[in-house]
Write a protein that binds this ligand. Structure first.
Ligand SMILES: [Zn+2]
Length: 308
């Protein structure tokens, strides 16, 4: 403090002023630095925030894009795999079907090779079975099915079960139905015709009995059926319930009437039934047709199913 014109005047000492000046400077400097730092920091923060946002946006859009691409790639890969799988399956299917078809053809051929085509051939006075023909195998018909039980009658083994089933069913239905004649060799046919000739005279014999070698009995698939009440004769069979039964049911067991009324071959032989297979017999029955008036080419298509 100093006096000036009688008044006391406060005067800052030199060093105080320096300190204050320095202090002020420091404050200003610090403030400046702080301000600068603050603004710079704010800017940086904003930039970081902006970058962050940009990055997030970019990342999001890139992720979406990538996800889209992956989904697309997955879909197209999936599609391609599906298509490939389908192609392979189709090819396999084709191969399988070809194998199946070839196997089927081979099976059919093997099956056909075991069936004697003579068994579905029509024989007549102009087209006849060789005199040397004989079935590959023959079996005895059990005596219970034979009218004259002491007679030994034979048939081919493939047909026997059908015959037995037919006669069993007839019996179950209360019908008396037996076999009177079955396989006949060419020689026995010749001898039988001799007997007929002696009994009825040549003209009647030719009409009555199938000519030697023409006979379906030589095939081993044909039977003459007989019932009770005819005095042991075949004649009169058509007047008995057995004939009505066999006419209505024989096709179910593969048998057909060879010589119906007014046929162009022989006289009406109601007792004479030939095995032609269930399928053909049924088709003939349903269409009211006869084996001997059916086209041989159509008949041949049934050979494969002869014993089905
Ligand atoms: Zn006969």
């Amino acid at each position: 403090m100093v006096a000036k014109n009688g008044k006391l005047v406060w005067r800052m000492p030199q060093y105080e002023s320096f300190v204050i000046g320095g202090f002020t400077f420091v404050i200003i400097l610090v403030s400046g630095i702080s301000w600068y730092g603050y603004t710079h920091l704010t800017t940086l923060s904003r930039q970081v925030a902006e970058l962050d946002t940009k990055f997030d946006t970019r990342l999001a859009s890139t992720t979406t894009l990538l996800q889209g691409n992956i989904a697309e790639a997955t879909t197209s890969l999936g599609d391609a795999l599906q298509q490939e799988k389908k192609n392979i399956q189709e090819q396999l299917g084709g191969v399988k079907s070809q194998v199946g078809s070839i196997t089927g053809t081979i099976t059919d051929l093997q099956k056909l090779s075991k069936i004697d085509p003579e068994l579905l051939t029509k024989y007549s006075k102009v087209f006849f079975l060789s005199d040397t023909y004989a079935p590959a195998r023959l079996v005895d018909i059990p005596p219970a099915y034979v009218y004259r039980e002491t007679r030994s009658l034979q048939i081919i083994p493939e047909v026997l079960p059908y015959l037995q089933r037919m006669l069993d069913q007839a019996k179950a239905d209360g019908i008396e139905l037996y076999v009177d004649s079955a396989y006949r060799s060419f020689a026995s046919q010749k001898s039988l015709k001799g007997q007929y000739t002696v009994t009825y005279g040549a003209g009647t014999a030719n009409q009555f009995s199938a000519e030697q070698g023409y006979s379906e009995h030589q095939l081993g698939t044909t039977v003459d059926l007989i019932t009770t009440g005819t005095g042991g004769e075949l004649a009169g069979f058509d007047t008995k319930p057995a004939y009505a039964w066999v006419t209505a049911n024989a096709h179910r067991y593969g048998f057909v009437l060879s010589y119906p009324k007014n046929n162009g071959y022989y006289i009406f032989e109601p007792w004479h039934w030939r095995f032609v297979g269930v399928k053909l017999a049924t088709d003939l029955h349903v269409s009211n047709a006869y084996f001997h008036t059916f086209d041989q080419r159509i008949i041949d298509t049934y050979l494969i199913s002869l014993f089905d």
